[in-house]
Design a protein around this ligand. Structure first.
Ligand SMILES: *Cc1c(COP(=O)(O)O)cnc(C)c1O
Length: 391
């Protein structure tokens, strides 16, 4: 008897609903152009905002670290797995983010699991934006705190929810994505901080799509809004704009000291390798030295978005290089993506349940690695495919 038979039925059901995800394989490194299924295609899918995933300086730093530190940390960080590179990265990130201290974790996803259940518990209330990332949702689920969702980016609703619940709360935490990855819109952080201050609530922002993109030299959303010192907890990832792997939290020395004592993924899971750590250090160094790549990313984004708008596409209210091209029907979006692939463009269709029904889209992720000609090539293909599909 196959005890996992039920999973086979689940998979069949996913296929029937067109929700089965065929995972494509990239042959070789990330970049503006990648090889997928033997075909060279323009990459509009990656979070490689600054091209760091295959940057020469980062590659060199990584190789050197292997020679110096070996390939594996050998133990969890609290026992024997903290190497000098880990502390160097934490110091550099804290300084880059203008924060007191930093803890590096295995990923941005893990960072949320390391913070939320560790600093909240029974009697506390977490106010969470309804469109927050899955890792925030899971972090909340691991906490014994009560979770109250507020309407997306709606500070009036946040205030109302706090007002309704504050008397039953021991402590309150407000948590939001900085940049929302499906629409490219930015959280109204100054207003969120004002409301939170009024009620004494802790503020936490997950800046996964903001760092390397927003603020001075890509310092992120807190710097973008000049809110340094007013946001208690910043979560980040090393796997998007920073181009490598891993996650981190910045904040006060007290917060970081506590997470290093009590954050379960830090205590019970081995940290990132020296090679990853050194590459991340190099990415912070490049950004600290120059904002050239960040400016190039934004030039590319504005150029591409203006051309799409001029061609009549609906790119919604994006405020970042994330460019959603809304097409409507799920079937149209997936046909659009397939046809783009036929035109040597790799751009992902995003459908229900990730976005609301009837709001299916192609999401384009811009990068400093793109050339102008690449973007012209992409817009021409979008126009052609739209004509063919009659949208
Ligand atoms: C991508 C993402 C994460 C996960 O980061 P990883 O480093 O890939 O684990 C967490 N939060 C948000 C908002 C993200 O977009």
């Amino acid at each position: 008897m196959d005890k996992l038979e039920f999973l086979k039925r689940e998979l069949e059901s996913l296929r029937e609903q067109s929700l089965y995800n065929e995972i494509r394989t990239i042959e070789g490194p990330q970049g503006a152009w990648i090889v997928v299924n033997g075909k060279r295609v323009l990459n509009l899918c990656s979070n490689n905002y600054l091209g760091f995933a295959n940057n020469a300086e980062l590659r060199e730093a990584s190789k050197k670290a292997v020679d110096e530190y070996g390939v594996g940390p050998g133990a969890v960080r609290t026992i024997a797995g903290t190497q000098t590179v880990h502390l160097e990265l934490e110091r550099k990130l804290a300084s880059f983010k203008h924060a007191e201290a930093c803890i590096v974790l295995q990923g941005g996803f893990v960072a949320n699991l390391a913070v939320i259940p560790t600093i909240t518990g029974d009697g506390d209330i977490i106010f969470s934006d309804e469109l927050n990332h899955a890792s925030i949702i899971d972090g909340c689920r691991l906490s014994k705190a009560r979770v109250v969702r507020y309407a997306h980016n709606d500070v009036a609703d946040l205030r109302k929810k706090i007002e309704e619940n504050k008397d039953s709360a021991r402590r309150m935490l407000v948590v939001t994505d900085g940049v929302f990855s499906m629409d490219g819109d930015i959280a109204p952080l100054p207003d969120i901080v004002d409301v939170a201050d009024e009620y004494g609530a802790i503020v936490m922002v997950d800046d996964a799509h903001g760092e390397g993109v927003l603020g001075d030299s890509g310092r992120g959303i807190v710097n973008h809004f000049k809110l340094e010192g007013r946001v208690d907890i910043e979560v980040g990832t090393l796997s998007k704009a920073f181009g490598v792997m891993g996650g981190y939290v910045t904040g006060s020395q007290t917060l970081i000291d506590y997470l290093k004592q009590r954050g379960r993924p830090f205590l019970f899971g081995t940290g990132i390798t020296a090679a990853d750590t050194a590459a991340a250090i190099a990415s912070v160094d490049v950004l600290t030295r120059s904002d050239e790549l960040v400016r190039r990313l934004w030039d590319n984004a504005r150029y591409f978005q203006n051309k799409l708008k001029d061609a009549g596409f609906d790119i919604g209210g994006t405020e970042t290089p994330i460019t959603p091209v809304t097409l409507g029907e799920e079937k149209i979006a997936s046909a659009f993506s397939r046809k783009l692939f036929g035109e040597n463009i790799f751009a992902q269709a995003i459908s229900y349940p990730t976005v609301p029904k009837g709001k299916a889209r192609i999401r384009c992720m811009l990068s400093a690695a793109h050339e102008r000609e690449d973007l012209d090539f992409a817009v021409d293909a979008f126009v052609r495919v739209a004509r063919e599909l009659g949208v």
